[in-house]
Design a protein around this ligand. Structure first.
Ligand SMILES: Nc1nc2c(ncn2[C@@H]2O[C@H](COP(=O)(O)OP(=O)(O)OP(=O)(O)O)[C@@H](O)[C@H]2O)c(=O)[nH]1
Ligand SMILES: [Mg+2]
Length: 439
């Protein structure tokens, strides 16, 4: 991906000085990369100006070097540029109409969204209203069947309005109804008329334009056209996995005033993400939020503590402190994203696991609170009867206390094996890998 070159630029920058000339070179590099990613030249120039100004003029926060500050500015500005806030999906009763030109990925996205809501416990039905593409309904029917999703269509019917009317009736028991509509090779009057009518009949809660990342900044024009016709509630950019122009598509939709809601990141039904610029930029840059990392990693792990831990003097009290520090840092998935190299981990973990793990950490805290100071400092004292007492005191089961002790032990072992340099570089991340994710 062209945007990955940003990472190389920042990496190169982080190894050099941070004077005006270096910053200029970095900013010019970023401009080049964004223009290659098909981001609008004017938008790129504005972004470059903002970065340059902030990088050179802003006062340095305490404890942060100029170089770190510049990287942070680049990161923040990119996030703002791509929409700043994470998109939200209403998990509840709703009707969704998907719109878009030929081959944008509407039909695939219909099924992806159906999966998305189905996984969140909602009853989902699909209505296939594409009367243009030959065998459109057959494609949809198969994709839906592969994913156990009910689908309605009238393969011989030529009027999408009739299909939708019957479809809505048929799917009235469903919480979420998703309508897949027909594309065209370009936005024209016939398409406008068709979608305006569908919009009227369905009165959808979400009107989402599907565009493919590979059209780059042409996405903005489409967003404006469809928006003028039906008043879009958002855009979905698909094929983010396979196109170098994703940056152009994303930024131009924001510039057109239509928020990006989801991104498609592959051909399979689960290759869908709620759009999150923070995560997106973290992933491009391959690093976390620099400032947060510098600050928070410092509070999480004092160098002196680190040395003690490496000598194997890692007690349950230390473990407890680590849990507390991690909790201060916010939700676990965010913490993981702040650790260089760990951003991708949250994407690989099943989403359901993270909150469970957080709750587990809270319970572990209760258990450790129920221990005596002596037990915390010398965990080997904790025998069966003490386990039972701790379980009673913390409102948990003895097995849960045992699990806590097992995790503590696992972490202690990892620490023993770690080299001091590794701990300094990203100790927290390594420590995380010692946790067994609950199953
Ligand atoms: N790599 C990748 N391919 C995708 C993604 N989404 C869709 N595709 C592929 O893009 C092609 C077109 O997708 P469709 O869902 O049929 O597109 P459509 O908008 O319904 O097309 P029409 O019905 O012709 O208007 C298919 O081969 C999909 O597998 C994605 O996120 N990543
Ligand atoms: Mg289709």
């Amino acid at each position: 991906m062209v945007l990955e070159k940003l990472k190389d630029l920042l990496l190169a920058f982080s190894k050099r000085g941070a004077d005006r000339a270096e910053i200029d070179e970095l900013v010019r590099g970023i401009q080049r990369v964004l223009i290659q990613a098909d981001v609008d030249v004017k938008l790129v120039a504005e972004l470059a100006d903002r970065i340059r100004k902030k990088a050179l003029e802003e006062k340095l926060p305490a404890g942060i070097t100029r170089r770190e500050h510049v990287i942070k500015v680049v990161y923040d500005e990119l996030v703002a540029f791509l929409g700043a806030k994470k998109a939200e999906a209403k998990v509840g009763r709703q009707k969704i109409l998907l719109l878009g030109l030929f081959g944008a990925g509407k039909t695939t996205m219909t099924v992806k969204l159906a999966r998305f809501f189905q996984k969140r416990g909602l009853k989902v039905g699909i209505v296939g209203a594409d009367v243009w593409r030959p065998a459109a309904f057959e494609q949809l029917r198969q994709l839906a069947a592969n994913n156990n999703i009910e689908v309605f269509g009238l393969p011989k019917e030529k009027d999408p309005v009739r299909i939708v009317k019957s479809g809505l009736q048929e799917m009235r028991q469903k919480d979420v109804v998703i309508v897949d509509s027909a594309g065209r090779s370009a936005f024209d009057d016939a398409l406008r008329k068709e979608i305006v009518e569908l919009n009227k009949i369905i009165s959808p809660d979400e009107k989402l334009l599907v565009v493919s990342a590979d059209i780059g900044q042409a996405a903005g024009k489409q967003a404006r056209e469809f928006n003028a016709a039906v008043g879009l509630t958002g855009v979905i950019v698909t094929k983010m996995d396979s196109s170098a122009k994703g940056g152009g598509a994303l930024s131009t939709c924001w510039a057109a005033g239509v928020p990006v809601k989801f991104i498609g990141v592959g051909e399979k039904a689960d290759d869908l993400e709620l759009y999150d610029p923070v995560r997106f930029v973290s992933r491009i840059l391959g690093m976390g939020d620099i400032q947060a990392l510098v600050e928070k990693a410092k509070t999480a792990l004092e160098p002196k503590k680190a040395e003690e831990m490496l000598r194997g003097e890692f007690t349950l009290s230390d473990f407890y402190e680590q849990l507390q520090a991690m909790q201060k840092m916010g939700p676990l998935d965010k913490v993981l994203e702040m650790i260089p190299g760990f951003g991708g981990l949250t994407a690989r973990l099943p989403k359901e696991m993270l909150p469970t793990q957080e709750q587990k950490m809270k319970r572990w805290k209760f258990m450790i609170d129920s221990m005596t100071k002596e037990e915390r400092n010398r965990p080997e004292l904790i025998d069966r009867s003490r386990i039972e007492r701790i379980a009673r005191g913390s409102g948990s089961k003895p097995e849960e206390v045992k699990e806590l002790l097992k995790n503590y032990e696992a972490m202690r072992k990892i620490l023993k094996k770690m080299k001091p340099s590794a701990l300094k570089r990203g100790g927290l991340g390594k420590m995380f890998s010692g946790f067994k994710m609950p199953r």
